[in-house]
Design a protein around this ligand. Structure first.
Ligand code: EPU
Length: 431
């Protein structure tokens, strides 16, 4: 499937942000911890949710959908193996904890996901092993068992990985005894998961300095939980509003607290915003100017904001620098932006001051953006989900027509984004 985009249209009005992809999919996995019904509100209708529904159904979940409301119930684990879904996304490994707790064994497919780096899972596996799991890695799957049951443990993550933190939490909830996770990730999506788990019966708390405490409980119960608003959608639409002069876009449901770092970067470039009770309005008045920024774990500038922000920086006067410190290969879309008229060079040297794991390695993880450059519509191919949003924003602010291929990637994370943007005045045709 592809989008045909007529660029440079005036966009204004309101767009409502949907439930967060990276919280919603984890909520489905959390529901596996109980045999009771979980009702998830504000659930986004996106490709990654469908993949996760299939995964849960393979384990025995009964799922009902009514627009943004999803009911999921897993009375018993019919099968602790879900190999048919191999490499579709990165959620399957998170099911290990709940399956081990309920069945004592589990086999889940090797992970798929974006083409943005190696994405190893050593931190996940080491944490699960500390909790008592024995894990074998075969060509297509992780095969895990708990000969002596899951036991609480002191776990220190070598990097505050989002997935590994979630995995450890999910495995520790029904383990015997206490677990402490040090150097944990504390992204808003993880807090959303913690809130849901607490309402299901977990004893789980946050300490200072990235520490999460869990006391294992015997049983978890059903819950009604509202998925938090997607801060990545909000940041993407905000970049769009600021990149093209004259656009004023209100992002309904955007949560100020989750965008604090983003808003600072936007203001430094010259973007304007006004926080209202039910959302945030974004626009720009004058010219934009170049800045330097580095991506980091929360509360730093998020790696998923980097792609739409790069498009914004192509419209800023001067030389901007982005140092990507979370993923080693997340500039796969730059060639296409240059093809559209941008002037961006990517380097493997660290162009920033954060302590970066890619220092001295041959990973293209720093970008120098010289602006401002007008963009022209072109034929583009989406390499991964967030890059796809960079393509779409670039096409929307470019002169002329763009054809964007591979939009299934965009659909994995953004619900019917074409229809929603067309309501603001965009001209995006899906064929
Ligand atoms: N890492 C390891 N070993 C591990 C786990 C991670 O080396 O065992 C490395 C990764 O290779 C990466 C870094 O640690 O370089 C961060 O990975 P993390 O585990 O934090 O990311 P994730 O859980 O795989 C989630 C989101 C990503 C988002 C990151 C960072 C989901 C499904 N994905 O990935 O979202 O970029 O956290 O915030 O929650 C997206 O939505 O497009 C997306 C890629």
């Amino acid at each position: 499937m592809r989008f045909i985009v007529q660029g440079n249209k005036k966009l204004d009005g309101e767009i409502e942000v949907r439930g967060s992809k990276n919280a919603a999919t984890k909520a489905l996995i959390a529901s596996l911890l109980t045999d009771e019904e979980c009702i998830l509100e504000n659930f986004p209708q996106i490709g990654d949710a469908e993949i996760t529904f299939d995964l849960c159904r393979a384990f025995g979940s009964e799922i009902k959908k009514d627009g943004p409301i999803v009911s999921i119930k897993t009375p018993s684990i019919k099968s602790a193996t879900a190999l048919a879904l191999s490499r579709k996304n990165r959620i399957s490994i998170l099911a290990l904890g709940p399956l081990l707790a309920r069945e004592g064994r589990a086999e889940v497919p090797i992970l798929g996901g974006d083409k943005i780096g190696n994405r190893p899972v050593d931190i996940h596996l080491n944490a699960l092993k500390s909790l008592g799991a024995e894990i074998e890695v075969s060509e297509n799957s992780f095969i895990a068992s708990v000969p002596h049951g899951l036991r609480g443990a002191k776990v220190h993550l070598r990097y505050p990985s989002v997935g590994a933190t979630e995995n450890t939490i999910l495995a520790a909830i029904l383990a015997k005894g206490k677990t402490t996770i040090k150097n944990a990730a504390i992204e808003p999506e993880i807090i959303d998961l913690i809130k849901m788990l607490q309402n299901m019966g977990a004893i789980i708390g946050l300490g200072a300095d990235r520490v999460i405490y869990i006391e294992g409980v015997e049983k978890m119960k059903g819950v009604k939980h509202k998925i938090l608003a997607d801060r990545n959608e909000a940041a993407s639409f905000a970049c769009l509003a600021a990149a093209a002069k004259g656009n004023k876009i209100k992002i309904k449901g955007a949560i100020h607290e989750h965008l604090i770092t983003f808003l600072n970067a936007l203001r430094r470039v010259g973007g304007e915003y006004r926080v209202e009770d039910d959302g945030i309005v974004f626009w720009r008045n004058n010219g934009l100017s170049a800045i330097e920024l580095e991506t980091d774990t929360h509360p730093g500038f998020m790696t998923d904001w980097q792609q739409p922000f790069t498009v914004l920086l192509t419209q800023a006067e001067g030389v901007s620098i982005i140092h990507e410190t979370v993923y080693e290969n997340r500039f796969g879309y730059i060639e296409d932006l240059n093809f559209m008229g941008a002037n961006i060079k990517v380097f493997s040297k660290c162009l920033g001051e954060l302590n970066c794991r890619f220092n001295g390695e041959e990973h293209p993880h720093s970008a120098v953006i010289s602006g401002s450059t007008p963009l022209k519509g072109k034929n583009l191919k989406v390499p991964d989900l967030r890059a796809g949003m960079a393509h779409l924003i670039a096409a929307l602010i470019a002169e002329g027509e763009s054809i964007i291929d591979g939009i299934e990637e965009i659909d994995r994370g953004y619900e019917r984004v074409d229809e929603r943007l067309n309501k603001l005045g965009a001209e995006i045709k899906r064929i």
